[in-house]
Write a protein that binds this ligand. Structure first.
Ligand SMILES: NC(=O)c1ccc[n+]([C@@H]2O[C@H](COP(=O)([O-])OP(=O)(O)OC[C@H]3O[C@@H](n4cnc5c(N)ncnc54)[C@H](O)[C@@H]3O)[C@@H](O)[C@H]2O)c1
Ligand SMILES: O=c1ccn([C@@H]2O[C@H](COP(=O)(O)OP(=O)(O)O[C@H]3O[C@H](CO)[C@H](O)[C@H](O)[C@H]3O)[C@@H](O)[C@H]2O)c(=O)[nH]1
Length: 336
């Protein structure tokens, strides 16, 4: 294990949220020291482990960011803080450009002024829009179809240009469908407003909603429902550590997909939920949701090769089991 004294602290923005909290755990497990900056707009203070400093504030507050970097001896930033709902971004585009693009600009610039040389950014498969060829590799055209995807792609561009001009190096990770929970039960998806398929299914499984809507069963896919590449959140966290090690070893800037390269349909995911539960759940076929591509599957050759990343939780059953265990734990703690 690395000596925590000899390695600089990592600033994790959005570390009180779903994915950020799993990355904080992975960093601690690897013996790294961490400081979290989060405004708790969707995250929970309780998701930040005891002993990890939590700075409550806005990632767009450049003075606060610089003081945090200098005060904690930070030399790498992992940037998760942002707004994440595609449909909300269509109704409130300027909020998304402000929180995702403008605040990222402020963070990158504050980091640069304070001497941060390594930056890892949460990007998204939404930058590809409606791609034709599957699996999607990183050289596929980027053509996002909503403000969320555009707000993230602009941040990738800012990082690319800042890297050329100012010597920082970065890894932009384009996540596909993140799901599951820490296998040790320390964190999980705790969003107050659920939109993701597996979170919705977990809420139905724990009696928090009467049924699950399936958004369309007339897509050009084997069973008519949309196909997605679900990646376990702890494997995604490992990818962040691998990206950090890559940058710390002097590696070049990279843009990488994060997925497994294998797709499951909505029905297949719900079948697995029912198999794990040992009972069926009420489902309803409703209209297609606007903006859903039929199939999104990541090309993963690049991340496996360049980061030497080897996922440990690739089995859909593990993703579903960990998500359900977390939801049970959360619903018990919320009812207490
Ligand atoms: N969940 C997914 O499937 C998915 C897919 C692709 C990309 N991403 C990206 O991953 C990142 C993390 O997503 P998540 O699912 O953990 O969401 P989340 O909402 O659980 O986490 C976001 C965190 O950022 C914080 N935050 C938001 N705006 C902030 C601000 N201005 N200043 C400080 N903190 C702020 C929130 O309080 C929250 O803790 C996001 O950037 C998201 O766009 C997520
Ligand atoms: O109640 C639900 C919820 C979802 N779905 C379906 O399940 C699939 C997965 O939907 P999610 O909302 O879980 O995830 P998305 O594929 O829409 O979105 C994910 O991928 C996007 C990129 O395309 C963004 O990165 C986004 O943040 C990330 O969660 C979609 O076909 C959706 O229509 C349902 O049928 N019923």
């Amino acid at each position: 294990m690395a000596d925590p004294i000899s390695l600089p602290t990592v600033l994790v923005t959005g570390g009180a949220g779903y994915i950020g909290s799993h990355v904080v755990l992975a960093l601690l497990d690897a013996g790294r020291s961490v400081v979290v900056l989060d405004d708790l707009s969707t995250g929970r203070g309780a998701s930040v482990p005891n002993g990890v400093p939590l700075v409550v504030g806005d990632v767009g507050d450049a003075g606060l960011v610089e003081r945090t970097i200098v005060g904690h001896g930070v030399n790498a930033v992992m940037h998760f803080a942002g707004s994440i709902s595609v449909p909300e971004s269509v109704g409130k585009p300027l909020d998304y450009y402000r929180n995702n693009t403008v605040n990222s600009l402020s963070l990158i610039d504050a980091g640069r002024r304070a001497g941060v040389e390594r930056f890892i950014f949460s990007s998204t498969a939404a930058v590809y829009g409606m791609p034709e060829a599957m699996p999607i590799d990183e050289d596929a055209p980027t053509d996002p179809i909503n403000p969320y995807g555009r707000s993230k792609l602009m941040t990738e561009w800012m990082l690319r240009d800042a890297a050329s001009a100012h010597g920082l190096r970065y890894v932009a990770l384009r996540y596909f469908n993140v799901a599951g929970a820490d296998p040790a039960g320390r964190s999980g998806q705790s969003a107050r407003v659920a939109t993701h398929l597996l979170k919705i299914a977990a809420q139905a499984a724990t009696g928090q909603r009467p049924d699950i809507q399936i958004f369309g069963d007339d897509y050009p896919t084997p069973d008519g429902t949309c196909v997605r590449d679900y990646i376990h959140v702890s494997d995604l966290a490992d990818a962040h550590l691998a990206a950090l090690r890559h940058l710390e070893a002097g590696g070049d800037s990279l843009v990488l997909n994060c997925g497994y390269g294998r797709g499951y349909s909505v029905r297949e995911v719900l079948d697995m939920v029912e198999s794990v539960l040992g009972k069926s759940l009420p489902t309803r076929i409703v209209q297609r949701r606007a903006g859903d591509p039929p199939t999104l599957v990541a090309g993963t050759e690049r991340i496996r090769r360049l980061l030497d990343w080897a996922p440990r939780h690739e089995d859909l059953r593990i993703i579903v089991e960990t998500a359900l265990s977390w939801e049970k734990k959360l619903s018990v703690s919320q009812s207490e």
